[in-house]
Write a protein that binds this ligand. Structure first.
Ligand code: SF4
Length: 890
């Protein structure tokens, strides 16, 4: 490695926005990843996903060349085609017949030009983004309360708080570095109270003093009840309410009328009354309270009301804008905030201006020098794909996202794209469920090649810098968009030569007619409007606003009690809690909840490349309460089929008391690239919040039953296989091995030829196999060894009597098999005395469950710190600490 080539950049995954120090050997596309000790989001920490970024920069699987109707093409042809299709569609059907669907993965500069093209020059606001699925309820709640989409606080507040509430947020897995920081704050200050409000007992409860397992969708009742309680206890800040807010009486009346007594609140939310009272008393007694919330609050048909119910309690106590306190929306994606800054949602215009103000429209039109500016909001995500399905939108350009998997009612999204006249997709990955539906594929730069800025959950703008030169013919998203814009006749407005020029224009727009750098609008980074390219290259993390009044940025807003409403006062919103739109019924009696796993990111296009990230939860799973499992006759480790009125999926059953009875949880990540029937989006409820248009992804009525295949099995293979002969399959990339979990509904007459023709064709049909077959019991086992190295093993069982995979998987990294290993191969069990690590718990150091259990038992380890000293497990990112603690207590 070249010591000089250390580049500061940022992680491309969650909204924590961790800084990375990347030590690059540019000649080999190898990079050594470390947390950036100077970055204020993480001070050197990284989670398992961030730590494994170096394993995801390989070129295998990348989209390296434009493709037109399935064939390789040059840039000129592909760009001409996109521009031509958009232009002809607009000429024939008008500007609202085209759309862009973007992503929180886009850099701010990419987002800016896409938004400018669509809203400023095409003249339609049909530009929406997958951030709609993630935090648009927070945006709407902020806007209603503050008059602006402002996150008031910052990460430094974690260390200063007296109480931190995690609402609908499994931060331990979804925002792991923030969670580790909260854990450290708690360890340094045991008086810091942590409360988790979540129907599930998640890993975040590991540090909780109190867990309220509320009924799905009842958060607004909890916080209306809290407002009522604070009033009863004289715990309100009347001075603050009078001086800085409006609408308090209406909000309190509504809270009192809807919540009733504390007993009634507990009964409605299905929580223990003493626990609820304890939470309310803690809130009332502590000044420095932070309310952290994410998708569990946002992804709801009343998500905006839930956000405002939380904000109401902070306004009523004046706990906002000061150190250690305030409502705090944890954004899901690395640049969800940057997308909001440029106006990437279809109801936004640009730079925190929107279509509700004629002055804003006029201002942005003058700044951009356009007469064609859109004047009304466009389709939000669910509406957009419905409009494509209904033929209203005839040409769509999807950028850096995978809606065929991630959207609710995802099968309908596939049908919509299949019948759309023109679909262009920009992506860095060649084969996704969405690229499969595109007429034109445009190869975009991936993380490690991109260059621009992102903004994290605490408004901190950081540079994402290129580590390598572009892969193949891949280009920056801003370049691709600019080239299309020029071909559509908008040359003058899209003359950018680099990302820095776009950033300066974005900064200038934020300060345009914005009180001369003193911020009439909250988002103001006008201090960057004239920075040089060199200064842009060296830009250090800074929290907006960055303007004349705050040239070095601003950690907290609203500390002065001034808000961005016409009166300058914050607005209470009267909340009438509403139940989810589709309650369970006799056909679909259970509630499906969805969310992230610890080691995967979104639709796995990148994280599944890193072998170590696939070991913790290798298959689509469904978490089921023990009583539900008993009722539906589901066994641990068996397969189950889950149906909603919109679609179905198959998942491996995990029985856990962490799950609330009557509800299920499935991870959001699997696609058709990695599992035959693991797309949870196919099931999910497309109902949206009326204010934010965010879908209700946490509450879908479903039913579940055991999936009973005739046979089950697995294959481990050094080479990727073309598996065709099983109804259920999951592909898991490991260290020098691909693992396939299989199940089939038909029993073949002859396993030998079936395996070789259908399951392992590419492993070598005519090779010499070791085999064992027990037709009476329906067992078939086979192994292929080449040069004393294991090439493939196959285990099939008519029941589900299969060995664990860990020992066999580990044999693929051995340079040579030992004789006793060859002999033990078809038993699937390690020879006597050879340890089996078990399922991987610590992804950073590859430490398995059995290794940890053995060390705990044999060495008498009593704390996770002792396990860390002994095995290193849990000492890097700390994401597995809750599981290590669970192993110690078990
Ligand atoms: Fe990346 Fe993990 Fe940091 Fe999120 S917490 S930004 S995934 S390293």
């Amino acid at each position: 490695m070249n010591d000089d080539a250390i580049i500061q950049t940022t992680c491309p995954y969650c909204g924590v926005g961790c800084g990375i120090s990347a030590q690059v050997n540019g000649n080999t596309r190898q990079v050594n990843i470390r947390g950036d000790k100077s970055h204020p989001a993480n001070f050197g920490r990284l989670c398992s996903k961030g730590s494994a970024l170096g394993e995801t920069v390989e070129l295998n699987g990348r989209l390296l060349q434009p493709k037109v109707y399935g064939r390789d093409a040059g840039w000129a042809e592909a760009l001409d085609l996109v521009a031509g299709a958009f232009t002809s569609t607009i000429e024939k059907y008008g500007p609202d017949a085209v759309a862009i669907y973007g992503s929180g993965q886009l850099l701010t500069e990419d987002y800016y030009v896409a938004n400018k093209l669509m809203k400023g020059f095409i003249g339609s606001a049909n530009m929406d983004t997958n951030s709609r699925l993630c935090m648009s309820s927070s945006v709407a709640g902020h806007k209603r309360a503050f008059g602006s989409d402002t996150v008031p606080g910052c990460y430094d507040d974690y260390e200063q708080a007296d109480m931190i509430i995690l609402i609908g947020s499994n931060a331990a897995w979804c925002h792991p570095v923030s969670f580790q920081r909260i854990r450290a704050a708690k360890e340094a200050n045991p008086a810091l109270k942590i409360v988790v409000i979540d129907p599930r007992r998640t890993a975040s409860c590991d540090i909780a003093d109190l867990h309220l397992p509320v009924a799905s969708g009842s958060d607004a009742i909890v916080f209306n009840g809290l407002l009522h309680f604070l009033s009863q206890q004289n715990a309100l800040n009347k001075t603050y309410i009078d001086a800085h807010t409006e609408g308090f009486s209406e909000a309190l009346n509504s809270a009192e009328n809807s919540s009733g007594s504390i007993e009634q609140v507990a009964a409605q939310c299905l929580v223990n009354i003493d626990d609820l009272r304890c939470f309310y008393q803690w809130f009332a007694a502590r000044e420095k309270v932070m309310s952290l919330y994410s998708q569990g609050v946002n992804q709801s048909s009343s998500g905006t009301d839930k956000v405002n119910a939380i904000i109401n309690c902070h306004l009523a106590t004046g706990r906002i804008g000061k150190p250690g306190m305030g409502p705090f929306s944890l954004t899901g994606q690395p640049n969800a905030m940057g997308g909001r800054e440029v106006g990437g949602l279809s109801h936004q215009l640009a730079a925190h201006m929107d279509f509700s103000s004629a002055d804003d429209i006029d201002r942005v039109a003058r700044f951009w020098g356009t007469h064609a500016i859109a004047r009304k909001q466009g389709f939000a995500a669910v509406e957009l794909f419905d409009a494509i399905h209904d033929g209203k939108v005839k040409a769509v350009w999807i950028m850096g996202t995978n809606p065929a998997v991630s959207m609710p009612n995802a099968d309908k999204v596939i049908r919509a794209l299949q019948h759309c006249d023109f679909v262009a997709v920009s992506d860095c990955i060649a084969n996704t469920d969405t690229t499969a539906l595109a007429h034109v594929l445009l190869p975009a730069l991936g993380w490690s090649e991109k260059d621009g800025t992102v903004t994290n959950s605490e408004r901190c703008i950081s540079r994402q810098r290129a580590l390598f030169s572009p892969a193949g013919m891949a280009k920056p998203d801003w370049w691709i968009i600019t080239q299309v814009a020029r071909r559509m006749g908008f040359e003058q407005a899209f003359q950018y030569r680099n990302a820095g020029e776009i950033f300066r224009e974005h900064a200038a727009l934020s300060g345009f007619e914005n009180n001369a750098g003193h911020g009439l609008r909250d988002f103001d980074i006008s201090a960057f409007a004239k920075i040089s390219q060199h200064e842009y290259d060296l830009l250090q993390p800074v929290q907006w606003p960055v303007n004349q009044a705050y040239p070095l940025g601003r950690a907290r807003l609203f500390d002065d009690g001034q808000f961005f409403t016409p009166s300058g006062k914050a607005q209470f919103i009267a909340i009438e809690p509403r139940p989810p739109v589709n309650p369970p019924d006799k056909n679909y009696p259970l509630i499906l909840n969805t969310g992230r796993l610890r080691d995967q990111w979104h639709t796995m296009t990148r994280t599944a490349i890193a072998a170590k990230l696939n070991q913790h939860k290798p298959e689509p799973s469904v978490e089921v309460h023990p009583l539900d499992a008993q009722y539906y006759a589901l066994l641990p480790g068996s397969l189950a089929v889950i149906n909603s009125q919109w679609g179905s999926m198959i998942a491996r059953v995990q029985i856990t008391g962490s799950q609330k009875q009557g509800s299920l949880f499935v991870p959001m990540h699997w696609t058709e690239q990695y599992a035959s029937q693991g797309r949870m989006g196919a099931l999910v409820n497309p109902v949206v919040d009326l204010v934010s248009k965010q879908p209700e992804s946490k509450h879908t009525p479903v039913r579940i039953k055991a999936y009973q295949p005739v046979w089950q099995g697995f294959i481990l293979s050094r080479r990727e296989l073309a598996v065709t002969g099983s109804e259920y399959w999951v592909k898991i990339k490991g260290e020098q091995v691909y693992r396939y979990e299989l199940a089939g509904e038909t029993l073949p007459e002859d396993w030998r030829s079936y395996v070789r023709k259908n399951l392992c064709r590419t492993a070598g049909e005519n090779s010499q196999w070791q085999e064992y077959q027990d037709l009476a019991k329906g067992n078939y086992r086979a192994a292929l060894i080449f040069n004393n190295q294991l090439e493939t093993v196959v285990f099939i069982s008519a029941g589900n009597h299969l060995p664990e995979r860990n020992w066999l998987t580990g044999l693929f990294i051995r340079p040579q098999l030992e004789p006793q290993e060859r002999m033990a191969l078809l038993t699937g069990m390690p020879p006597l005395g050879v340890p089996d690590a078990g399922i991987i718990v610590c992804a950073c150091f590859n430490v398995g469950e059995k290794t940890i259990r053995t060390a705990i038992k044999e060495k008498g380890l009593k704390t996770h710190q002792e396990v860390g000293q002994c095995l290193k497990a849990g000492t890097n990112c700390g994401s597995c600490v809750p599981e290590i603690k669970a192993l110690i207590s078990s």
